[in-house]
Design a protein around this ligand. Structure first.
Ligand SMILES: Cc1cc2nc3c(=O)[nH]c(=O)nc-3n(C[C@H](O)[C@H](O)[C@H](O)COP(=O)(O)OP(=O)(O)OC[C@H]3O[C@@H](n4cnc5c(N)ncnc54)[C@H](O)[C@@H]3O)c2cc1C
Length: 525
C-alpha cells in the first residue's frame, strides 16, 4: 500500500455530477483535487436525455453551451394524450418570443444524451489539465482523527491510500460513501418498471421539436426526439412482465405502437434498450461530519418525471464548487460550506416529493386512480388547465420556471438570515437568494452590479471599499453596460453561482462588511 497526503478534495465518481464539480474546480488554479471512477471508461449509454435551461446556463458559464446545443436537439412543445386524444399542449414559443429576456436565454429543453454531456464535460476538464483517473474504486473511508479536524483517509482499489481535506461523494445511487457513513436513504421503490429505448421509427407521432406522453389503460408511453433522427421511447411495463426486469425490442415496439394508437408507429432500429425500476429517496444530511459532501444520485434519486435527476446533480456540484474553492483559497469560513446542505437538501426534498406524487398518479394500476387518470384528468386538462395556460403568461412562466429549474430560489437559506438586504426595495426587485437571470457572469467571482446611480459620496465610498478590500473576489459592473432591464437606485451582489448574495439601496459600508464578515475571515480583508 502507498500512502499520500495528496489532495484538498477527492471527487469519487465521474458521472455528470462529479465531472461538473471537477470542471468548476479546475477554474481555480490553487486548488488540488483528484477525480476517480471505478469504471474503466465513460458510459456509452444515453441515460439522462433532458438538459434543462438552468443546466444550460451552467454550461454557458464555462463556454460549453454552444457545443451542447449543437450536439443535441431542442424541444419547445409538450403534448399530453389520453386514449388517443391530445388534451394538453404546452408551447414554449410564446415564452421565447415575449419573455425570454426576463427568464432565461435558453427557453426550451435540450435533448442531449448523458454520454455526450459527460464527454463535453470531460473534454473541458482535459483542456484544463485534469484527467479522470479511471478503473480506480474507492473502497473505504476513515476519519483521520476523532474530531475530524484534519481530514479523511480514503483507500483505493489500486492499493493507494489518499488523505484529503474533503471527500465529495458523486458515486451515484449505490454510493459507497453513503453506505459507509450509515446515512439513511429514506424513501421507497416503485412497483412499476419502465423501459427506455433509443430507436429509429418509421413514422413519428410528434413533430421535429415536440415531445409527447400517451396515457392508455395498458400504461404510459413517452416519445422524445433525439439527434440523428432517433427517438427516446419510454414506457411502463405490463404487470405480468414487471418482475423479470427484461423486455425485448419487439415487446417494447408492441407496447409503444398500441399506446400511440392511430400513429401506426413501428421501431425500425434500436441501439439501446434498458429496463429499470425507479426509486424516490433522499438523504437528510448533504454535509456530514464537516468533511463529507454528498451530491447527485448519491444524495437523491427520483422517478423520471420531468427529467430532473441529472440536472439536479449538476446544480449540486455547481452550488458546492465555489464554496469549497473560496474556503480553500480565499479564507471563507466553514459556515459557507454549511449553506450547501441548507440550500440543496431542501431542493432535493421538494423534488423527490413532487415527482413522487406525479409518478404515483400516472403509473398507479389501481382501478380508481386509473379511472381518474383516464376519464377525469383529460377533461381537467382540456377545459381548465389548457385555457388558463393559453391566456395567462404568468401561469406559463410559473410552469416553465418549475420544470426548467430556473425557478429554484435559496431565499430560505440561513445565508440570508442576517442582513442580506439594506434599504426599502420595491416589491418586484429580486431578493437575496433569487437567481439573477439577466447576465451570465463568470463562476469564479462575486459580481457587484450598480444600478442607475448618480455619483454620490456614499456610492463612491462603497465602490472604493470594494476595490480596496474585496478586489480579489468581487468584480464591479454597470447595469446599463450589461443591458440589465431593472430600474432602481442601488446595487446587487451576485454570487459565483448566479444567485443574489446581497442588495443595497443605501450603500452603507459597515452594513455590507458585517454581512460579508459572516462568511469571510478578516485575513482576506
Ligand atoms: C434510463 C435512465 C434515464 C434517465 N433520464 C434522465 C433524464 O432525462 N434527465 C435527468 O436529469 N436524469 C435522468 N436520469 C437520471 C440520471 O442518469 C442520473 O440522475 C445521473 O446519472 C446522476 O449522475 P451522478 O453523476 O450523480 O451519478 P452517476 O451517473 O450514477 O455516476 C456515478 C459515478 O460514480 C462511479 N462510482 C460509483 N462508486 C464508485 C466508487 N466507489 N469509486 C469510484 N467510482 C465510483 C460510477 O462508476 C459512476 O461513473 C436517467 C437515468 C436512467 C437510468
Amino acid at each position: 500500500m502507498t500512502s499520500s497526503l495528496s489532495t484538498d478534495i477527492l471527487i469519487i465518481g465521474a458521472g455528470p455530477t462529479g465531472l461538473m464539480l471537477a470542471c468548476q474546480l479546475s477554474l481555480y488554479p490553487n486548488i488540488s483535487f483528484r477525480i476517480i471512477d471505478k469504471n474503466p471508461s465513460r458510459t456509452t449509454q444515453s441515460r439522462a436525455l433532458t438538459v434543462h435551461a438552468r443546466s444550460l446556463e451552467l454550461f454557458a458559464q464555462v463556454d460549453l453551451v454552444e457545443k451542447a446545443i449543437s450536439e443535441g436537439k431542442f424541444i419547445d412543445t409538450f403534448k399530453l394524450f389520453f386514449q388517443g386524444q391530445c388534451s394538453f399542449r404546452f408551447d414554449l414559443i410564446p415564452i421565447r418570443v415575449k419573455q425570454q429576456p426576463l427568464l432565461t436565454r435558453y427557453p426550451y429543453v435540450l435533448e442531449l444524451e448523458q454520454s455526450v454531456t459527460e464527454q463535453i464535460l470531460e473534454s473541458f476538464l482535459n483542456e484544463h489539465g485534469v484527467k479522470v483517473e479511471r478503473d480506480i474504486e474507492a473502497i473505504d473511508i476513515k476519519d483521520l482523527d476523532s474530531t475530524n479536524a484534519t481530514g479523511v483517509q480514503v483507500t483505493l482499489s489500486n492499493g493507494e491510500i489518499i488523505q484529503t481535506k474533503y471527500v465529495c461523494a458523486c458515486d451515484g445511487a449505490r454510493s459507497m460513501v453513503r453506505r459507509k457513513l450509515n446515512l439513511p436513504f429514506s424513501g421507497g421503490t416503485y412497483s412499476e418498471s419502465l423501459f427506455v429505448a433509443d430507436c429509429q421509427v418509421n413514422k413519428s407521432p410528434v413533430g421535429q421539436h415536440e415531445a409527447a406522453i400517451f396515457c392508455e389503460s395498458s400504461g404510459i408511453a413517452g416519445v422524445f426526439p433525439m439527434s440523428d433522427n432517433r427517438f427516446r421511447l419510454v414506457g411502463t411495463i405490463h404487470e405480468e412482465k414487471k418482475e423479470n426486469m427484461h423486455i425485448t425490442i419487439d415487446e417494447a415496439a408492441t407496447l409503444i405502437k398500441t399506446r400511440t394508437r392511430h400513429y401506426d408507429m413501428n421501431i425500425i432500429n434500436c441501439n439501446w434498450i434498458s429496463v429499470y425500476r425507479s426509486h424516490h429517496r433522499h438523504i437528510s444530511t448533504f454535509r456530514y461530519r464537516n468533511r463529507y459532501f454528498l451530491l447527485g444520485d448519491a444524495a437523491h434519486i427520483h422517478s423520471p418525471v420531468g427529467g430532473q435527476g441529472m440536472n439536479t446533480g449538476l446544480q449540486d456540484a455547481h452550488n458546492l464548487a465555489w464554496k469549497l474553492a473560496y474556503v480553500l483559497t480565499h479564507s471563507a469560513t466553514d459556515r459557507l460550506l454549511d449553506t450547501y446542505h441548507d440550500e440543496r437538501s431542501n431542493v432535493a426534498k421538494v423534488l423527490v416529493n413532487t415527482t413522487d406524487r406525479i409518478f404515483s398518479f400516472i403509473s398507479n394500476p389501481h382501478w380508481f386512480t386509473k379511472f381518474v387518470r383516464l376519464y377525469i384528468t383529460p377533461y381537467l386538462f382540456r377545459f381548465f388547465i389548457q385555457p388558463v395556460l393559453n391566456h395567462s403568461q404568468t401561469v406559463r412562466q410559473l410552469l416553465f420556471r418549475r420544470i426548467s429549474q430556473i425557478g429554484i430560489t435559496y431565499r430560505s437559506s440561513t445565508v440570508y438570515d442576517y442582513g442580506a438586504s439594506a434599504g426599502n426595495f420595491h416589491r418586484n426587485t429580486p431578493l437575496p437568494g433569487d437567481r439573477f437571470p439577466y447576465v451570465i457572469f463568470d463562476s469564479c467571482h462575486y459580481h457587484l452590479v450598480i444600478f442607475e446611480n448618480q455619483p454620490s459620496p456614499k456610492l463612491n465610498r462603497f465602490v472604493e471599499l470594494i476595490k480596496i478590500k474585496y478586489s480579489k473576489i468581487i468584480q464591479i459592473h454597470d447595469s446599463q453596460e450589461e443591458n440589465i432591464p431593472l430600474r432602481f437606485e442601488g446595487a446587487i451582489l451576485i454570487r459565483p453561482d448566479g444567485y443574489i448574495a446581497y442588495r443595497t439601496m443605501v450603500f452603507d459600508t459597515d452594513h455590507f462588511q458585517s454581512y460579508f464578515a459572516q462568511f469571510f475571515s478578516q485575513e482576506m480583508m
